[in-house]
Design a protein around this ligand. Structure first.
Ligand code: SF4
Length: 415
């Protein structure tokens, strides 16, 4: 077998080995020392390696190396929905710096999603006082956190493309960038942003049914009336953005929030097939939590109804099992798709976020609601600050550990 390294990976040495980001699939893999050493030994030129190392096939199919069998057949990158810990790990590995930091390019958003968690960072005062200099502060705090991956988000970055471009150009070039958008905006703006550097674009869709998607992700017609022309819904915009992202050759993924409106296995399978038919091969599912707007609506409706039975949008208690089934069916059918899941509830203090004015927040969880606790942040305090928060939760969230039971790492045959 001949192998060579890939030039577009972003990686970082860690105490346990290495963390690696594969941009096409927007996946972070953590490698143990043995696998990391093997990766270090693979250079940019094609080299013959023993075909007995079947672990090389796995690394190639995950997109971590390039490989060609002795027969001349290349090993192509394939969908993978399993654990992202590769090698021997006895427990969740600890990273000393964040794997991923979310950075607000703006607090403006064209939607008003029923479960929005960022509502407290998008208050009118913050939005209306946005000025161009703040984006330097956002970039400065983000850079000091020294993350592997920066997710440029909001609000919606497409509402303020100049701020988004400025931020993206200030993010270190040895880190990865993900554009996280509702997909509602101008295609030209997204194209300009994606052409600035190598960027993975993540677009949000909750249902292939426009009525359900619009119920969960309605346009904010009051602030952005021009987007609602001709009766357009958020799904109409998303379809155009998916086409544009795929045509540009950018890595594209879709993220979905699972609520009681889309939590059946049938709905999930239909949405999966809708995404596949449009060329999407990467799908991230988040289970809705009792937080932000979802919590406010739940409390108000519970008061009105006098009970909480139908008050919330939260999915069935069986959701983890349904998502597991979705992954199993997709793998059994040999479908080339990555499905990653996060269940935020059991992992407090695991999400870092830099607000649109350059303040660092960590998402914390209390009974029944979520507060984002503001941190006073100094560069010299990074290691102390990191030790205070849920490092295991952070790793679990970004390596697909949240809903997996059984073996927590994938061992490779490298002998
Ligand atoms: S697109 Fe994101 S930021 Fe905007 S309302 Fe929806 S969840 Fe909130």
């Amino acid at each position: 077998m001949r192998v060579r390294s890939k030039s577009n990976l972003v990686f970082r040495r860690e105490r346990f080995g290495m963390s690696v980001y594969v941009p096409e699939r927007d996946d972070i893999f953590l490698l143990d020392e043995q696998v990391s050493n093997l990766l270090d030994s693979i250079g940019p030129d094609w080299t013959n390696f023993s075909s007995k190392k079947s672990g090389l096939d796995v690394l190639a199919s995950l997109g971590i190396i390039e490989a060609v069998r002795s027969s001349g057949t290349p090993i192509t990158q394939r969908g993978y929905s399993g654990i992202h810990l590769i090698g021997k790990f006895l427990s969740t590995p600890i990273v000393e710096r964040p794997l991923l930091v979310n950075c607000f390019a703006t607090s403006w958003c064209p939607l008003k999603c029923v479960y929005c968690h960022a509502d407290d960072l998008m208050d009118p005062k913050t939005r209306e006082n946005e000025h161009p200099d703040q984006i330097n502060d956002v970039a400065e705090v983000a850079k000091n956190l020294d993350a592997l991956v920066y997710v440029v988000t909001g609000g919606d970055p497409l509402t303020r493309p100049e701020r988004t471009l400025a931020l993206i150009n200030m993010i270190p070039f040895d880190a990865a960038v993900v554009l996280d958008t509702s997909g509602v905006g101008q295609v030209d703006d997204m194209v300009r942003i994606l052409e600035a550097r190598s960027i993975h674009v993540r677009v949000s869709v909750d249902s292939m049914n426009p009525r359900i998607n619009q119920k969960l992700r309605p346009l904010n017609k009051k602030i952005f009336p021009e987007l609602a022309i001709d009766g357009r819904t958020s799904l109409d915009y998303v379809e155009k953005m998916l086409v544009a992202g795929l045509e540009l050759g950018a890595g594209v993924s879709v993220q979905t929030v699972v609520t009681k409106h889309n939590d059946s296995l049938r709905h999930m399978l239909d949405l999966r097939d809708w995404l596949l038919s449009r060329g999407v091969r990467n799908w991230v599912l988040h289970i809705a939590t009792n937080a932000g707007m979802a919590n406010k609506a739940f409390v108000a409706k519970k008061k009105k109804l006098g009970n909480e039975t139908n008050a919330g949008i939260f999915p069935s208690p069986n959701t983890s099992r349904i998502l597991r089934k979705l992954v199993d069916l997709t793998m059994d059918e040999g479908i080339d798709m990555d499905i990653r899941t996060t269940n935020a509830s059991p992992t407090p203090n695991s999400v870092f976020l830099v607000g649109s004015v350059g303040s660092l927040f960590v998402q914390g969880f209390g009974p029944g609601r979520v507060d984002k606790k503001r941190l006073s942040f100094h560069q010299s305090d990074i290691s102390g600050m990191w030790g205070t928060f849920s490092d295991a939760g952070h790793v679990s969230r970004y390596t697909n550990l949240d809903i997996f039971e059984g073996p927590q790492s994938m061992q490779l045959d490298l002998e």
